[in-house]
Design a protein around this ligand. Sequence first.
Ligand code: ARG
Length: 619
Amino acid sequence: MVDDAPRPPAPASAGTFRDRLRGCFAAAFQSLAADGIVAIDAVEIPTLLEQVRETADAKFGDYSGTMAMGLAKKAGKKPRDLAIEIARRLADASGYAEAFAPPGDPVGPGFINVRIRDEALAAAVSAAFRDERLGVPAVAEPETVVVDFSSPNVAKTLHVGHIRSTVIGDALARILGFRGHHVITDNHLGDWGTQFGMIIWGWRRFGDEDAFAADPAAELGRIYRLVRRVVDAKPEDVAADAELATRVAEHPHAAREVLLETAKLHEGDAENRALWERCMAVCLADVDRLYRRLDVRFDHALGESFYHPFLADVVHDLEERGLARESRGAIGVFLDGDEKPPFLVRKADGAFLYATTDLATIRWRLEHWKPDRILYVVDHRQGQHFEQLFETARRWGLPGLGEVDLIHVAFGTVLGDDGKPFKARAGDTVDLGWLLDEGVGRAAALTAADEGLSLEERRRVAETVGIGAIKYADLCQNRTTDYVFSYDKMLQLTGNTAAYMQYAVARVEGVLEKGGIDRGALRSTATPIVLADPKERALALEIARFGEVLEDVEADYRPNVLTAWLFDVAGCYSAFYDALPILKAPEPERSSRLALCDLTGRVLRKGLELLGIGTVRKM
Ligand code: ARG
């Protein structure tokens, strides 16, 4: 076989409608090129195919190809004339006619609009109805993807700032996993920094064993906050607070002593190590409780402490390869010559840094997990760190790194009503546990009205609705922008909220319950879905896009693409439900519509599950 022979397009039955259509477009481009109408290089084709997308306005069809406008100049043709040429070849592409209606005349300056044939759409949703994967194809080439997310500094309890990484990272891990990738989740805990030096130092001076026995997390929090205040005390703070003034006077060298305690811990001092272990047990129990509540799990939690033994060697290796060098006692990697600050890997006092640990982490992950991709779901303020990290890692030349994508999945800040970073009234950052309690409490008030539920059921509903609301409010935002945290908005029963989506699931499934429908039996009988009414077709079309939507989420690591689609599905369902009889419809419509209800319920439930959001039977 000749290597450079054009590859035949993928078989028409495989993949989403969009993939199938793109395959047909690819064939059309090849034929255009072969006929000498326009030179299209094979490498250009993927970019052109990205211009085959869902139409903005359903009245023009289901998909639209917009590439004729861009290609026309090169072809020396009017966009419209080129579009006609493309459309003609499209109709002839293998697999086109089974799935799509003949493309009509290009619209406007050269939009090629395509509509899925009703029978093909009905067949696709009928198949989805019988499919555990709900018609979502798995990726053809699964990759090993490491997702580094949540990764809090555990000396303090989780606060509102940790929500985004935890919730977005978890959703991405679930979605990539469902798409068929091999996902490895890792919580890169900050369990080794100066914060522990603070607690160790403070414990010896201000610690209270009784208080620790009563509530260890609270006592550690108290010590941590106290030490922070002593270390960070400004003259005006001291002037305003007599107690603080005494402490500062008693410990004038607190900051230096804290660093010494940290250094002793890192050098393996037995007493500090024992204190650290005691403290870690408490911190981990505290964060684990929150993760359980959030239904977030990790395959690994290899924190910074895990990498400590490798750090000296990392620095040594970087020096040896001539990448790192000394500058005023410290050691750094000079990525931009001397103009820009170096990426420091060792401080003048010998301490290693966040950067050093991250380099050791990359090396370890490459050796042990052989990933194709590593995602870092971390605040956008660390953008520069990751740029320097990735660049250093690349120059380091670790075996296998050449093929690995290192990606910083950045996100914006959670804001309060005042447009400033979300803070409690006292100005402290808001404790995540408190935040969840508050959401659940408000959800309980919402759901309290339903008398059909036992107290325990109600508690569970409130937990699912309250936590779901908080997660969804975050996930439905474009991750790179800041957003305003508002309980009132997130708990609304209408609009793009978790509560609305959960309510939609309960409503869909309520129909099946009311009709006494055995969903298993419904699925095993050969119910074909028929799409007689436009509202049925619109709902089916949305459902058939599930796989495309997940592909788009992955392309940009944007869970909000999924929330937007779920909202559309729920909207199409409402329109369908309001307009058409279901249980009272004559056969075969009745069975077909029941099948659509069942499928809609499962699709919504699955979508929420992929976002880490639970559903309830009744609310
Ligand atoms: N612990 C860090 C922080 O709280 C985040 C760590 C992110 N992951 C990483 N590999 N750097 O800022």
